[in-house]
Design a protein around this ligand. Structure first.
Ligand code: ATP
Length: 231
């Protein structure tokens, strides 16, 4: 199985330390924290897409090469993520055979290839974006609140799809979300961050049921609806 050991990730602006964390990913892992806690910066640092105005120091060990070919990224807003004037077919960079294969993985038929993004629903576009990510041989999938812009039915479908993909493809997942219900469904591990610092990390079920950290408890209580899960 793949694994990543982020021994050091320090992100600073000219006058402020924004993120200073270390964590391991050897499973499907959720990254949870309030707005402004440093989740998106962490993903951008892994993608090497931080703005030039920020300083980043990182020390990462992994048992595969971490680059654009091995990392897939699913953004928050599917509606602005694809080129609006280009048919879906031209937004893939792989063979027709591979397109068919990955569209099947996300439960879409090849008819979508002849459509423009505006002709698809939000859930369909998010599936296309996941299919594009899977058209490379990725080993790590970064998800940045991938269901925020979707209605509840599409949200549940996409969460179900991601869960199946993790099980079938055996890839690592780092899942940024505010939705603790879906963390329970998808992620074996979780990392809680606050103001750029790791507050707690470990097994999801243990943290959700036994955390002693007041910050974690507040996060869980404010967003976690399925109370029966907690003991
Ligand atoms: N380019 C930048 N320059 C300076 N500070 C920044 C920059 N980008 C983000 N920040 C600051 O870094 C902190 C972390 O931001 P980040 O976007 O990672 O938060 P987040 O946890 O993803 O929040 P949200 O859940 O709202 O998306 C915030 O205080 C933010 O204002």
């Amino acid at each position: 199985m793949f694994n990543i050991d982020i021994k050091k990730l320090l992100i600073k602006s000219q006058d402020k330390e924004l993120v200073n964390i270390s964590f391991k990913i050897s499973n499907s892992t959720a990254l949870i924290g309030q707005s402004g806690s440093g989740k998106s910066l962490t993903l951008k640092a892994l993608l090497n897409l931080l703005p030039n105005s920020l300083i980043c120091e990182k020390e990462i060990k992994s048992n595969f090469v971490l680059d654009f070919n091995t990392i897939g990224f699913i953004p928050q807003n599917p509606f602005t993520s694809l080129s609006p004037m280009t048919k879906i077919n031209k937004q893939f960079f792989c063979s027709d055979k591979k397109k068919k294969e990955v569209l099947k993985l996300v439960d879409l038929d090849t008819w979508v290839l002849e459509k423009y993004p505006s002709q698809l629903s939000g859930g369909q576009i998010q599936r296309v974006i996941i299919a594009i990510a899977l058209s490379k041989e990725i080993k790590l999938l970064l998800l940045d609140e991938p269901t925020t812009a979707l209605d509840i039915e599409n949200r549940d479908n996409i969460i179900g799809l991601i869960k199946n993909l993790i099980e079938d493809l055996k890839i690592l997942v780092l899942f940024v979300t505010h939705d603790i219900d879906s963390v329970k469904d998808i992620c074996k591990d979780m990392i809680i961050i606050k103001d750029g610092i790791v507050i707690e990390q470990g097994n999801t079920e243990e943290i959700l049921s036994k955390s002693k950290q007041s910050y974690t408890k507040t996060l869980i209580n404010s967003t976690f609806k399925n109370k029966d899960f907690r003991k």
